[in-house]
Design a protein around this ligand. Sequence first.
Ligand SMILES: [Zn+2]
Length: 142
Amino acid sequence: MSMLPEGNAVVYYPIRLWTVSVFLFGALPLLRKREISHLVIGDEYDASVRTSSKGITHYDGLYDQSRYFDNSLSRYYLRKGWSINQFSILRQLSEMLIEKTLVERYPDLQTLQMSCHAAHKEGEKVLPCGKCEKCRHSSFRI
Ligand SMILES: [Zn+2]
Protein backbone atom coordinates (compact mmCIF):
# COMPACT_ATOMS: atom_id res chain seq x y z
CA MET A 1 0.00 0.00 0.00
CA SER A 2 1.41 3.32 -1.05
CA MET A 3 1.35 6.23 1.36
CA LEU A 4 1.76 8.71 -1.47
CA PRO A 5 -1.16 10.48 -3.09
CA GLU A 6 -1.97 9.19 -6.57
CA GLY A 7 0.00 10.77 -9.36
CA ASN A 8 3.15 11.26 -7.30
CA ALA A 9 6.18 9.50 -8.68
CA VAL A 10 8.19 7.44 -6.22
CA VAL A 11 11.88 8.19 -6.47
CA TYR A 12 14.20 5.61 -4.96
CA TYR A 13 17.55 6.76 -3.69
CA PRO A 14 20.35 4.22 -3.35
CA ILE A 15 20.99 3.25 0.24
CA ARG A 16 24.59 2.18 -0.28
CA LEU A 17 26.24 5.59 -0.43
CA TRP A 18 29.70 4.84 0.87
CA THR A 19 31.04 1.86 -1.09
CA VAL A 20 34.33 3.44 -2.14
CA SER A 21 35.25 4.61 1.35
CA VAL A 22 35.36 1.01 2.57
CA PHE A 23 38.17 0.29 0.10
CA LEU A 24 39.93 3.59 0.79
CA PHE A 25 39.94 3.21 4.56
CA GLY A 26 41.01 -0.40 4.12
CA ALA A 27 44.10 0.85 2.26
CA LEU A 28 45.02 3.50 4.86
CA PRO A 29 47.13 1.25 7.12
CA LEU A 30 49.28 0.24 4.14
CA LEU A 31 49.57 3.84 2.93
CA ARG A 32 50.62 5.01 6.40
CA LYS A 33 53.09 2.16 6.99
CA ARG A 34 54.81 2.59 3.62
CA GLU A 35 54.49 6.39 3.60
CA ILE A 36 52.61 6.38 0.30
CA SER A 37 51.35 9.90 -0.38
CA HIS A 38 49.08 9.43 -3.42
CA LEU A 39 45.81 7.54 -3.18
CA VAL A 40 44.75 7.24 -6.81
CA ILE A 41 41.24 6.12 -7.65
CA GLY A 42 39.45 5.65 -10.97
CA ASP A 43 36.42 7.89 -10.86
CA GLU A 44 35.40 9.79 -13.94
CA TYR A 45 34.07 13.30 -14.52
CA ASP A 46 30.39 12.25 -14.53
CA ALA A 47 30.59 10.95 -10.97
CA SER A 48 30.74 14.50 -9.56
CA VAL A 49 27.11 15.50 -9.49
CA ARG A 50 25.84 17.93 -6.87
CA THR A 51 22.19 18.75 -7.08
CA SER A 52 19.24 19.65 -4.90
CA SER A 53 15.86 18.08 -4.42
CA LYS A 54 13.24 19.80 -2.26
CA GLY A 55 15.98 21.90 -0.70
CA ILE A 56 18.18 18.94 0.18
CA THR A 57 21.61 18.88 -1.43
CA HIS A 58 22.69 15.46 -2.62
CA TYR A 59 25.19 13.83 -4.95
CA ASP A 60 22.99 11.56 -7.04
CA GLY A 61 24.03 8.53 -5.02
CA LEU A 62 27.67 8.92 -6.04
CA TYR A 63 29.16 11.13 -3.33
CA ASP A 64 31.94 8.67 -2.55
CA GLN A 65 33.01 8.79 -6.20
CA SER A 66 32.88 12.56 -6.57
CA ARG A 67 35.64 15.13 -6.48
CA TYR A 68 33.85 16.59 -3.45
CA PHE A 69 34.54 13.36 -1.58
CA ASP A 70 38.18 13.30 -2.77
CA ASN A 71 38.65 16.87 -1.56
CA SER A 72 36.93 16.18 1.76
CA LEU A 73 39.01 13.08 2.47
CA SER A 74 42.23 14.81 1.41
CA ARG A 75 41.42 17.56 3.94
CA TYR A 76 40.68 14.87 6.54
CA TYR A 77 44.08 13.24 5.94
CA LEU A 78 45.74 16.65 6.23
CA ARG A 79 43.98 17.37 9.55
CA LYS A 80 45.26 14.03 10.82
CA GLY A 81 48.79 15.07 9.86
CA TRP A 82 49.01 12.43 7.15
CA SER A 83 50.61 13.37 3.86
CA ILE A 84 48.05 11.66 1.63
CA ASN A 85 46.40 13.23 -1.40
CA GLN A 86 43.39 11.42 -2.85
CA PHE A 87 42.51 12.00 -6.50
CA SER A 88 41.43 10.32 -9.72
CA ILE A 89 43.54 10.21 -12.85
CA LEU A 90 40.33 9.73 -14.87
CA ARG A 91 38.54 12.77 -13.41
CA GLN A 92 38.89 14.82 -16.63
CA LEU A 93 37.23 12.09 -18.72
CA SER A 94 33.56 11.23 -19.05
CA GLU A 95 32.37 7.67 -18.58
CA MET A 96 31.39 7.59 -22.25
CA LEU A 97 34.82 8.80 -23.40
CA ILE A 98 36.50 6.11 -21.31
CA GLU A 99 34.26 3.46 -22.88
CA LYS A 100 34.93 4.85 -26.37
CA THR A 101 38.67 4.80 -25.77
CA LEU A 102 38.53 1.24 -24.55
CA VAL A 103 36.42 0.09 -27.51
CA GLU A 104 38.64 1.79 -30.08
CA ARG A 105 42.08 1.18 -28.60
CA TYR A 106 41.76 -1.74 -26.22
CA PRO A 107 38.75 -3.85 -27.23
CA ASP A 108 40.05 -6.88 -25.33
CA LEU A 109 40.15 -4.83 -22.13
CA GLN A 110 36.77 -3.22 -22.79
CA THR A 111 35.07 -6.62 -22.62
CA LEU A 112 36.42 -6.95 -19.06
CA GLN A 113 35.49 -3.42 -17.93
CA MET A 114 32.45 -3.02 -15.70
CA SER A 115 31.08 -0.25 -13.52
CA CYS A 116 29.24 -2.13 -10.79
CA HIS A 117 29.68 -2.29 -7.02
CA ALA A 118 27.96 -5.64 -6.63
CA ALA A 119 29.06 -7.68 -9.63
CA HIS A 120 28.48 -11.41 -9.47
CA LYS A 121 29.78 -14.45 -11.28
CA GLU A 122 27.57 -16.63 -13.45
CA GLY A 123 29.55 -19.53 -14.83
CA GLU A 124 32.75 -18.07 -16.24
CA LYS A 125 31.30 -14.59 -16.74
CA VAL A 126 31.19 -11.69 -14.30
CA LEU A 127 28.00 -9.69 -14.67
CA PRO A 128 26.76 -6.36 -13.28
CA CYS A 129 23.97 -6.41 -10.71
CA GLY A 130 21.86 -3.79 -12.51
CA LYS A 131 20.67 -2.39 -9.15
CA CYS A 132 23.57 -0.63 -7.43
CA GLU A 133 24.12 3.11 -7.66
CA LYS A 134 26.80 2.69 -10.30
CA CYS A 135 24.62 0.49 -12.52
CA ARG A 136 21.72 2.88 -12.08
CA HIS A 137 23.96 5.81 -12.95
CA SER A 138 25.48 4.04 -15.98
CA SER A 139 22.15 2.89 -17.40
CA PHE A 140 20.70 6.38 -16.94
CA ARG A 141 23.45 7.83 -19.12
CA ILE A 142 23.07 5.32 -21.96
ZN1 LIG B 1 25.74 -2.82 -10.04
